[in-house]
Every structure is written in C-alpha cells, then in structure tokens.
Design a protein around this ligand. Sequence first.
Ligand code: 5MM
Length: 341
Amino acid sequence: MSERLEDIAAAMVANGKGLLAADESSGTIKKRFDVIGVESTPDSRRDYREMMFRASDAMTKYISGVILYDETIHQKAADGTPLVDIIKASGALPGIKVDAGAKPLAGFPGDTITEGLDGLRERLADYYKLGARFAKWRAVIDIDVAKGVPSATSIGSNAHALARYAALCQEAGIVPIVEPEVLMDGAHDIDTCYEISKATLTKLYTELYAARVVLEGTILKPNMVLAGKKSGKVSSPDEVAEKTIKLFRETVPAAIGGIAFLSGGQTDEQATANLNAINAIGPHPWKLTFSYGRALQAAPQKAWSGKPANVAAAQAAFAHRAHMNHLAALGQWQPTLEQAA
Ligand code: 5MM
C-alpha cells in the first residue's frame, strides 16, 4: 500500500469501512471489565483484543483500521504472533492513541487540557517502526453553561495542542486523527451542543492551518450534534443529521481526508441510526464513517465475558455491529436489520 498520508487517510474511510477504537487506557478497560466480571490483567486484555482482531468476518469486510493503546501495540497473541500482524493480515491499518489523557486546566475549574506533547516526536518514530500508520489525540470539551464551561481558553488550548500533535504526526509519516470531543454527558439542549461544537471546530481548523498541517492527510473524529444525556431528551436521527451536517458545512474544510465519528455514550443502535441518517441526506463533501469504541464493543464484551467458550459468539456480536455501522456509513441501514441478527 502507498505510504502517502492522503492515501492512508482515504483508506481509513473507504467503502463504508470504519475504525475500531480499541485504545482504552488501562483504567478505562478495567471499568469495562468490571461490568462483565473479568479481572483486568495484561493477559485478559490481550485475550479480549485478540478475540476481536481475529474476528475475520468483521475485520476484513468492515474495519479499515484499529486504534491501539501503547500496551496493545507491543503485545503478542497467545501463539506468539504480534497483534499488529493479525490486524495487518486482515487488511486493516494499525493506529495508536498518543495523548496522555485530559487533565484539569489550571485556573479553569471544570475544563480540561489534553497532555502528551513532550517526547511525542520520538514516540511517533517508535510507533511508526511498530507499524502504526495513523494516530489519535482526544481533546475533551465538557458543557456546563451555568459554570462557564467550556471557556474560550480551554477550546483554544486544546485546539493548539491538537495542531501541534497533528504536525508532528505528519512529519513522522503518520495520519493524525484529530478528536475534539464535545461531551454529551451534560444537561444542555441540542442547540447548545451545536454552538459549542461550532466554536470548537472553528478554532481547531484555524490552528491546523496556522500549524501548516496538510488537511488531506488528516481525519476528523467529531461528536455528533446531540442533546446532553442529562437533558432527558433524545434527539431524533433526522434532527441529529440536519444539525450535524449544517455544523460541518459551516466549519469543516472539504479538503480533509474524511470524518469518523465517536459514539460518545449513545446506545449501540442510536450510534448506528444517527450515522445512517447523516449519510442518507448526502451527498456530502466528505466520507462520513464510524470510529466507535463503546458502540462497537459493548455487545462483544458482554457476549465474551472472559470465557474462551464464548469467543465465537463474541466475534459474531462484533461482526453484527460492524456490519450495521458499515451499512450506516453507506446510508443503507434499516432498523429491521437489527432484529434479523
Ligand atoms: C475507546 O475509548 C477511548 C478512550 O479512552 P481513555 O479514556 O481510556 O483514554 C476514546 O478516546 C475513544 O477512542 C473515543 O472517545 C471514541 O469512543 P466512543 O466510546 O466514544 O465511541
């Protein structure tokens, strides 16, 4: 495969394929394993991820790339094969989360800044040698309007860090996924999500331009425009699609390599239905696909529950969600297909 950044980015969003976000840090995967009653150890984390990467139906047909955590990119399968080689053998690209997480932003209670720029040039060179061809950095923008969250300082600092990260990735021959996640956890309405997302994306593209990042060699990983979970309202797929596309047309250059959404805490089916509605009102200037963590993994995690005897059922559950999201990325999903599983 060609190593040009724009070709890698194009492959990441091609043919209705999308990304598997399997980059949970050790603290987050422990929380997921607690729910299914599995102890989180290097071996159990390896077994779980090996199960997904060896789900060849899902991986070969629907998954263009996998975002890995530092531990996973170094791990070997039970038979000694590097996990990265299993991913590559399926035709998917290995990727790597390189941020060091969101930390409290000094002076701005409730806001966070994502850290991890120190030593990033050297880490990217190492990850390239290990096979990573794309990377991910997630900025976290919470909404609490009454408390003045997010501040302009938080949006600006996170956009600046994303741009510095993206420039370093491209220098290393790695496609940056830029993920400015406006959280859906708050009590805000859908229009507030739209306004905050607009301010965030406007600042992000100003900073990427100033940092001389080549937009064709980037992928945007955004939130959809949704009402906050604590608002008690569930936005309809039609409204989500209309407001999300209006937002992107106003803020996201047509030149970028593509868009791969996060699921952000939506139910599995909401994440699929909303992606489908977004694509169904196309054509759009960009490919719009999925880069889901929870919305791809919740079902296989439950089916697996740490038991080798459940591997086939877990792989089938993963293949089903990947298939549904593949159809949604093409605007061809129907709710009736869920019952057919
Ligand atoms: C898989 O979850 C990723 C991160 O986790 P940590 O908090 O452990 O660093 C996260 O960045 C993820 O890639 C995106 O937010 C998308 O995941 P969801 O679950 O929102 O689709």
